[in-house]
Design a binder for this molecule. Structure first.
Ligand code: C5P
Length: 221
C-alpha cells in the first residue's frame, strides 16, 4: 500500500504461543490465543505496512494482506524472525515458552513401570532480546509483558533487560478475563514513563498502538 501512517514500512509481529515437543504427541506450551498479536498485524497492514506475522499454533484465521509464517517451537520462531528481518518495526507479542525439553523423545513415551518421566528442561533463546541487541535491530522494537502482579514494575525491569524501546504490559491474572478474552487493559512503559489506557477491545488496542508506533517512527526518522 502507498497510503496510511505505516505506508512504506516493514513490520514484523510475533504472536501466539510456542509448542515445545516432549515426544511426538505431547508439548509444553504457554497459554496464548494470539488475538492481540494477530490484531496488531491486521492493524499494521490496514495502516499501509508490509507485514510479516510469525505465529505459533493458534486457532485464528490469517489476517488479511499479511504474510503469515507458521512455526511451532521457540527455536523455529527465532529462525523465522531472523529470516523476516530487516524491518522498521518489530512487535513481539508471542508468549514464547521459556524452556524446552532438553531432548524430545523420538517415540511416544509410554506409561509404565518406571513411573512418570522426569523432564530435563533447558532455556529457550529470548527472541526479543536477541533482536533488540542484534545487528539488524529494527528502528522500533516493542515487547509485551504478561504479568499477574506488580505489572508496571516488572515491565520497567523488562525494558532494561531486553533492550527494547517500549513494553506493552498487561495484567493477565485469571480474574481479569484478559487471557483469551475480547478486551485488554494495557500500560505503555517506556524510558519516558508509563501511560495507562482504559480497557478496550484487542482490536482497538491494536489500532491505537499502530498509530503510536507510526508516530514514533516518524519522530526518529
Ligand atoms: O520475559 P518475558 O517472557 O516475560 O518477556 C515477554 C516479552 O519477551 C514478550 O514480548 C515476548 O514475546 C518476548 N519473548 C521472546 N522470546 C522469549 C521470551 C519472551 O521474544 N524466549
Amino acid at each position: 500500500k502507498t497510503e496510511g501512517p505505516l505506508a512504506g514500512r516493514r513490520v514484523l509481529v510475533t504472536s501466539g504461543p510456542t509448542h515445545e515437543p516432549i515426544d511426538p504427541v505431547r508439548v509444553l506450551a504457554n497459554r496464548s490465543s494470539g488475538r492481540q498479536g494477530h490484531a496488531i498485524a491486521a492493524a499494521a497492514a490496514k495502516a499501509g505496512a508490509e507485514v510479516v506475522l510469525v505465529s505459533g499454533p493458534v486457532s485464528l484465521p490469517d489476517p488479511a494482506s499479511v504474510t503469515v509464517v507458521k512455526v511451532e517451537s521457540a527455536r523455529e520462531m527465532l529462525a523465522a524472525v531472523e529470516a523476516a528481518l530487516p524491518a522498521d518495526l518489530a512487535v513481539f507479542a508471542a508468549a514464547v515458552a521459556d524452556w524446552r525439553v532438553a531432548e524430545g523423545a523420538e517415540q511416544k513415551i509410554k506409561k509404565g513401570a518406571g513411573g512418570p518421566p522426569s523432564l530435563a528442561l533447558v532455556e529457550n533463546p529470548d527472541i526479543l532480546a536477541t533482536v533488540s541487541r542484534g545487528l539488524a535491530r529494527p528502528q522500533l522494537v516493542v515487547g509485551f509483558a504478561a504479568e499477574t502482579e506488580n505489572v508496571v514494575e516488572h515491565a520497567r525491569q523488562k525494558l532494561e533487560r531486553k533492550g527494547c524501546d517500549l513494553i506493552v504490559a498487561n495484567d493477565v491474572s485469571p480474574a481479569t478475563g484478559i487471557m483469551g478474552g475480547e478486551a485488554n487493559t494495557v500500560h505503555l512503559v517506556s524510558p519516558g514513563g508509563v501511560e495507562s489506557w482504559p480497557a478496550m477491545s484487542k482490536e482497538a488496542v491494536a489500532e491505537a498502538l499502530v498509530q503510536r508506533f507510526a508516530a514514533a517512527l516518524k519522530v526518529s526518522g
